[in-house]
Design a protein around this ligand. Structure first.
Ligand SMILES: Nc1ncnc2c1ncn2[C@@H]1O[C@H](COP(=O)(O)OP(=O)(O)OP(=O)(O)O)[C@@H](O)[C@H]1O
Ligand SMILES: [Mn+2]
Length: 612
């Protein structure tokens, strides 16, 4: 509006100026005696001079565009009868010229100001449209108008505003690069590890013989006896002996020890998986807390499982514009993560199995009242429910059967508070969970030294456990590691549980190297973990093959889309490259690859039963 009115005003003045020029040139060229008088304007137009000619016809100057223009040519001003130049006429002419020149100055100033304002307005409009200034671009960004333009373009929108800003999340950039079909070289602090899959393809096969040699030397140096002791179990701590009529889940829970959830090759695990996949379900209720719907399943033997429903087919990838914290959970990721954790020898993830439920008989008919309220039949005649939770629990995000058969993951239930109370820890390398902010570890190369000053990361096994968790999360692509939990009865000298993997296995063509930040920032990793990764990398059985075989036994097999399995092998190599990089930076493998029995255990760790 302002621009429009401005244009009107200044266009009028310009026309007036053009009209005045016409008069000046006419009076100079033809030297015609024009008889005019200055007279006060009778219409109260104070800023303007009213000019009258000899025939006393008032004409408004300044405000009118027709003052002395073409009209003057059509009917030239009258001349005096003699046609000569009288002195009176000359005085009038001089006076007129003065008036005209005074007006010229005023109008010039006015025109200049007019042009200035017009230009300023134009610049403002262009600036708002194109985001030329930082301030305005921030405004645009805060309104979500982020263009995922080519990041490499030197003056690309994203390049300038996303990479420069300290408050912009890494994830936005990663997603942008995904949109272009590429892989990102993870940032996450200063160290950039090689993550470009194309680079990997170009390099000749690498069997990491340098790392293999380091491991041999380290093993020779390690004089401490290798303990097969798992540490005390929850059953031993509570002095509960296995009874005959115990459920398989109770048996499993009592066997949870200080160092692992279950022993290697424990037959109880397979029995537990079978039990969860086949036992009669007698009650279903929603689990409180968390961001997405989960159900607590009660079996006829009194045991329980945590159910996460299927939402998408196996080959559905994380939506390109979704952040890690808005990604939908995948039941298959929970199943695959359990298998991976077991194969890698961590044994820190609760057993998970897949099962198809009849929604009518196995949920609706036995569900609790609150859950039943959210059931409905979709336009495709499928039975659906959405439950109640803090996100994604509405009609648009409902879980639907086909037409009433529903796949899901069943995780063995953790011990109750009496048997296995847990402590929740904030993960030092947690992400910001904000679409524009970065976490401190993503900005500070020295972040690790801060962490290592604080218990329990200053001594003992915890830092090595975080490195293991980083490997695990990198392999699965899980960026949702905000907290972790430990069992209180075991004190600090225990393992962190690997829980909540629903957001893993979402991007098979992208390697999120920032998951490895605890490793490349602290340059420490457990020797057994490196040995396991080398074993899978050098074969004969690749990790993808071991996973495929292990998951074959699941009722919902195949569990993972093939590109996710291929990604595992590729990522194993990236972890090994990261370890090698650390060794070459530190100059000594001893400080990087740490034997589990060689770490600087604190007294509390050796006792292993201190309450945290
Ligand atoms: N197998 C299990 N048995 C019993 N409780 C569990 C089990 N797994 C997880 N929990 C508990 O339920 C909580 C939520 O589970 P989970 O983290 O899988 O759900 P979520 O909806 O993804 O949560 P968030 O949104 O916080 O990530 C966990 O913090 C844990 O305390
Ligand atoms: Mn979660």
């Amino acid at each position: 509006m302002r621009g429009a009115s401005g244009r009107l005003v200044w266009a009028g003045s310009a026309t007036a100026a053009r009209g005045k020029q016409t008069v000046d040139s006419q009076s100079r060229r033809r030297d015609r005696p024009v008889r005019r008088q200055r007279t006060p304007c009778r219409r109260g137009r104070a800023p303007f001079t009213c000019v009258v000619n000899t025939n006393r016809q008032p004409q408004l100057s300044g405000a009118t565009t027709t003052r002395f223009s073409g009209k003057a040519k059509a009917s030239p001003p009258p001349q005096n009868a003699a046609g000569g130049r009288s002195s009176a006429a000359g005085r009038v002419s001089k006076q007129s010229a003065l008036t005209v020149s005074a007006m010229k100055l005023k109008e010039r100033v006015a025109i200049g100001a007019g042009i200035g304002v017009t230009l300023f307005t134009l610049i403002l409009v262009v600036d708002l449209q194109m985001g030329l200034s930082g301030k305005h671009s921030a405004l645009l960004y805060s309104h979500g108008k982020v263009k995922f333009a080519n990041q490499n373009a030197p003056f690309g929108y994203k390049t300038r505003f996303l990479q420069r800003s300290a408050n912009v999340s890494k994830e936005a950039s990663a997603q942008a690069s995904d949109n272009q079909g590429g892989t990102s070289n993870g940032t996450g602090g200063g160290r950039i590890v090689p993550a470009d899959t194309n680079e990997l393809k170009k390099t000749p096969p690498d069997n990491f013989s340098d790392l293999v040699e380091y491991l041999v030397v380290l093993k020779k140096k390690d004089t401490s006896a290798v303990s097969k002791d798992r540490g005390p179990t929850l059953g031993q701590i509570h002095r509960v002996k296995p009874r005959k009529n115990m459920t398989i889940l109770e048996r499993f829970q009592l066997g949870i020890s200080q160092l692992e959830l279950y022993p290697k090759d424990d037959p109880v695990v397979d029995k537990l998986l079978t039990s969860m996949a086949t036992r009669k379900i007698v009650h279903v209720a929603q689990k409180d807390g968390g961001t997405q719907i989960k159900l607590v399943i009660d079996y006829d033997d009194g045991s329980q499982a945590l159910f996460k429903p299927m939402r998408f087919p196996r080959d559905t990838q994380t939506l390109p514009n979704h952040f890690y914290f808005t990604d939908f959970e995948r039941h298959t990721a929970e199943i695959a993560a359990f298998h991976l954790d077991r194969i890698l020898g961590f044994r820190r993830a609760m057993p998970v199995v897949g099962r198809v439920l009849n929604m009518t008989t196995e949920i609706y008919n036995i569900g609790d009242a609150e859950l039943l309220k959210t059931f409905f039949v979709s336009p495709s005649d499928n039975l659906c429910f959405h439950g109640k939770c803090s996100y994604y629990c509405d009609t648009a995000h409902a879980v639907c059967g086909n037409p009433d058969m529903l796949e899901g993951s069943f995780a063995a239930f953790l011990p109750d508070k009496e048997l296995g109370p847990r402590k929740v820890w904030r993960h030092p390398w947690r992400r910001s969970y904000h679409k524009r902010r970065k976490a401190q570890w993503e900005l500070d190369d020295e972040y690790c030294s801060l962490v290592r000053d604080i218990p329990p990361y200053d001594a003992g096994r915890r830092m090595l456990d975080l490195a293991d968790m980083a490997v695990f999360d990198f392999l699965t692509g899980n960026m949702d590691r905000h907290h972790y939990e430990t069992f209180r009865p075991f004190g600090n000298a225990t393992f962190p549980l690997h829980l909540d993997h629903g957001r893993g296995f979402g991007k098979p063509y992208h390697d999120e190297t920032s998951c490895l930040a605890p490793i490349y920032q602290c340059c420490t990793i457990r020797r057994d973990t490196v040995a396991n990764l080398l074993r899978f990398h050098n074969g004969p059985k690749k990790l993808s093959k071991a996973m495929r075989e292990s998951m074959n036994s699941d009722p919902l097999s195949p569990i993972l889309w093939e590109p996710h399995l291929a990604a595992l092998d590729r990522r194993v190599q990236i972890v090994l490259m990261t370890v090698r990089d650390c060794v070459s930076r530190s100059g000594s493998p001893d400080t990087v690859i740490i034997s589990d029995f060689n770490y600087n255990a604190s007294p509390d760790e050796k006792k292993g039963s201190t309450e945290v």
